[in-house]
Design a protein around this ligand. Structure first.
Ligand code: GLU
Length: 452
């Protein structure tokens, strides 16, 4: 694990000990569980029935974990074998729901941490969706369209039997965008002989996808920042914003920051970051990353005034607001201290768990507004639930209508986290607030549904 963890209070210590001994080589999963257990102590004090009902022992163990072989043939005729995963964590509030990640770093620990977080994030949206995550250690970078298609078809040839609109509904995540979702959905349709729109979200808008789903995670994170700043009587207008990443979440966080009067000045990929004091040109960024599938260094090469810094992350750049939107543990305590020294006022996690525990602690100690991913990036999965609603009722909502719904969901997520933090004696602590509000909903439903 990246940081030393603080001691847990009873009664959660025993539960965490079991998690550690049962999942010994899974540091990210342990980190995600620890963060939740650490912050829900006041909920457990107020609700002894959650402890007596064995909620904790059950919630840390996935309902089902699927691992499978994904064989495919590359363009040179060579056989390749990857590993596929789907961890179905909790279906107590609705069908399993969560994205698929294709990235060489994927392993069981990563998928379990993401699936565990997804339970509480999805509960927080109030949309009736359970928690799951899946993916593969397949690396889509540098692969041809034909290779991507063959991989997706092989992946779905196994996973299809575990999916369904009332069972488990995947979506995208890192490395899984419109192209991959098309191939995955196509193969499911062929194998099952069903055009079951609601079995996948993030589909193309021409064939059952929802308006705003592509933009939703990034837009939602910026809406969340807006809500946090409003509580302190301030706004995004005129502020400088740093964003890491250059995928879907980062691109649309940058776009919405512009629309709300801020200047987004950074973007990054795994090789380095660019800083553009005039503000990031979203069209150029999209051209390089989405169309050409190139590197972020290209941005600086084509944009006068922009600089490329290799092998570093954008946290040394002084800003008012930071939105880490790349990947887990990309912002550590040193980065947090640099942002604080630069005058940062608010940090919102666009990615899942991008800040290490020590970074979160540093932000909170410095009274920087801090929004955990479970709350700040919940707009993506919430809009997936809107896509499922439209598929079920065969309706299509307009872009403006869908964005207004997202806006209002993000306000509700903010208020649920804010109110829970105040109720449990930690006003302004969005980590305690988001975890407590999400956990309460899941725990009540688990108690009501018996020992399952
Ligand atoms: N992968 C996204 C997340 O981390 C979206 C999941 C979904 O839409 O199902 O929440």
């Amino acid at each position: 694990m990246t940081d030393t963890l603080v001691a847990l209070p009873t009664p959660v210590r025993d539960v965490f000990d079991t998690v550690q001994s049962r999942n010994p080589h899974e540091p990210e999963f342990q980190q995600a569980v620890h963060e939740v257990l650490e912050s829900i102590a006041p909920v457990l004090e107020a609700h002894p029935e959650f402890v007596d009902g064995g909620i904790l022992e059950r919630i840390v163990e996935p309902e089902r974990q699927i691992m499978f072989r994904v064989p495919w043939v590359d363009d040179t005729g060579r056989l390749q074998v990857n590993r596929g995963y789907r961890v179905q964590f909790s279906s107590v509030l609705g069908p399993y729901k969560g994205g698929l990640r294709f990235h060489p770093s994927v392993n069981l620990s990563i998928i379990k941490f993401l699936g565990f977080e997804q339970i509480f994030k999805n509960a927080l949206t109030g949309q009736g969706i359970g928690g799951a995550k899946g993916g593969s250690d397949f690396d889509p970078h540098g692969r041809s369209d034909a290779e991507i298609m063959r991989f997706c078809q092989s992946f779905m040839s196994e996973l299809y039997r575990h999916l369904g609109e009332h069972t488990d509904v995947p979506a995208g995540d890192i490395g899984v965008g419109a192209r991959e979702i098309g191939y995955l959905f196509g193969q499911y349709r062929k194998i099952t002989n069903r055009h079951e729109s609601g079995m996948f979200t993030g589909k193309g808008v021409q064939w059952g996808g929802a308006e705003v789903r592509t933009e939703a995670t990034g837009y939602g994170a910026v809406f969340f920042v807006q809500e946090m700043l409003a509580v302190r009587g301030s706004s995004l207008e005129g502020s400088r914003v740093s964003v890491s990443g250059s995928g879907n979440v980062a691109t649309y966080a940058i776009k919405k920051a512009w629309q709300l009067g801020a200047t987004p000045v950074t973007a990054s990929d795994s090789s380095g970051y660019v800083v553009d004091d005039e503000g990031i040109d979203v069209d150029l960024l999209r051209q390089i990353k989405e169309v050409e599938r190139g590197r972020i260094s290209e941005y600086a090469a084509r944009r006068p005034g922009a600089r490329y810094i290799e092998g570093a992350r954008p946290w040394q750049v002084p800003v008012d607001v930071a939105i880490p939107s790349a990947t887990q543990n990309e912002l550590d305590a040193d980065d947090a201290r640099a942002l604080i020294a630069g005058g940062v006022r608010a940090v919102a996690e666009g990615a899942n768990m991008p800040c290490t525990p020590a970074a979160v602690e540093a932000f909170q100690a410095a009274e920087v507004l801090f929004a955990p991913g479970k709350a700040a990036n919940a707009g993506g999965v919430a809009t997936s639930a809107l896509e499922m609603s439209q598929n079920a009722s065969r309706q299509r909502w307009s872009f403006d209508d869908s964005e207004a719904r997202l806006r209002s969901i993000m306000k509700d997520v903010h208020d649920a986290a804010f109110d829970a933090a105040a109720r449990y004696g930690r006003p302004g602590d969005y980590v305690v607030g988001a975890n407590s509000a999400g956990f309460e909903r899941v725990a009540h439903a688990m108690l009501a549904q018996g020992v399952i």
